[in-house]
Design a protein around this ligand. Structure first.
Ligand code: CUA
Length: 317
């Protein structure tokens, strides 16, 4: 998937009902601002022409001091505008992100890492990375956490940003309206690969979400070809297992992204390169080439070794 050409996202894209309210308020503010700007521009230009000084006209214009009616008018109108926008803003804030009830558990736990995203679906044991899958039409509670520094979770079409703060989980409501793929990114500077901390949010119909979740629960252990079997052996023997988890194997670490179903993802390195065996081989050989500063070291594997590991990982559907 070419994530650049495939998705058009901007602030007016509605991907969640919360963003509908935000966009409506945004448009109201734009319309009011446009009317004010038009009146001011018109008056400014009109006055410039009407009261131009003639070359022989050296006398001062009539000096006026104080006008109670004008004072009241130009205090009342801005006060009214600010009040209307203030009340509207408060209403949108209350509607968009009400505090969750005490016993309401999150539907997804978003855990930000330098520089990738971990998604946990509580209750199911499912853990994925970088590509967030959500069912359409349900009001979902996301809990936003951080494993290291301050990040910010922002899917543009969902409207809101939420800071991911170490030791202080935040919550955010999202009711995805329409199936589709929505792009987002980390919106808080978090180190040298901040700009390559992308989010791909996939909203699918509820039935499709349920079957996706079921499939995620099932560990994919099918190791086919000889290359894939050599790759699995290498993966389990090398330092890969110090950081990564592949469910139902001896790889249990949770420092790096969970790789149980890595072959399903469209990109590698949180949106850096398309996910295929050749790219994964090059990533395993030297991830710094694609994402300088990334916490995954160069394992000093030969091309053939890296290729075998990539072949194994790409069999994890
Ligand atoms: Cu994470 Cu910026």
């Amino acid at each position: 998937m070419d994530i650049k050409s495939d998705i058009t996202n901007w602030v007016f894209t509605i991907g969640a009902s919360q963003n509908k309210s935000i966009v409506d308020l945004h448009l109201l503010t734009l319309v009011i601002s446009f009317i004010i700007a038009s009146i001011v521009t018109f008056l400014l230009v009109a006055i410039l022409f009407k009261f131009r000084t003639g070359t022989s006209d050296e006398a001062l214009p009539a000096q006026v001091r104080g006008n109670v009616i004008l004072e009241i008018v130009w205090t009342a109108i801005p006060l009214l505008i600010v009040t209307v926008l203030g009340v509207q803003t408060a209403m949108v804030m209350l509607e968009v992100n009400p505090p969750p009830a005490r016993n309401r558990h999150p539907d997804v736990i978003v855990n930000a890492h330098q520089w990738w995203w971990e998604y946990r679906y509580p209750g199911s044991g499912v853990v994925t990375a970088n590509e967030l899958v959500l069912p359409a039409g349900k009001n979902l509670l996301l809990e936003i956490r951080s494993a290291d520094v301050v990040h910010s979770f922002w899917v543009i079409a969902f409207g809101q940003k939420m800071d991911a703060i170490p030791g202080h989980p935040n919550t955010m409501w999202i009711k995805p309206t329409k199936p589709g793929t929505y792009l987002g990114k980390c919106a808080e500077f978090c180190g040298n690969q901040h700009s390559l901390m992308r989010i791909i949010a996939k909203v699918v119909p509820p039935e499709q979400f349920d079957s996706w979740l079921e499939k995620q629960k099932a560990p994919e252990g099918a190791v086919g070809s000889a290359a894939s079997q050599r790759g699995k052996k290498l993966f389990m023997a090398a330092t890969c297992v110090e950081c990564h988890r592949v469910a139902a194997t001896e790889a249990l670490a949770e420092i790096g992204p969970d790789l149980t179903h890595i072959a399903q993802r469209t990109t590698l390195g949180a949106g850096v390169i398309p996910n295929n065996t050749e790219n994964l081989t090059r990533w395993i050989m030297n991830p710094q080439e694609f994402k300088p500063g990334v916490n995954m070291p160069d394992m000093r594997l030969t091309y053939d070794e890296a290729r075998d590991i990539a072949t194994y990982l790409e069999s994890l559907q």
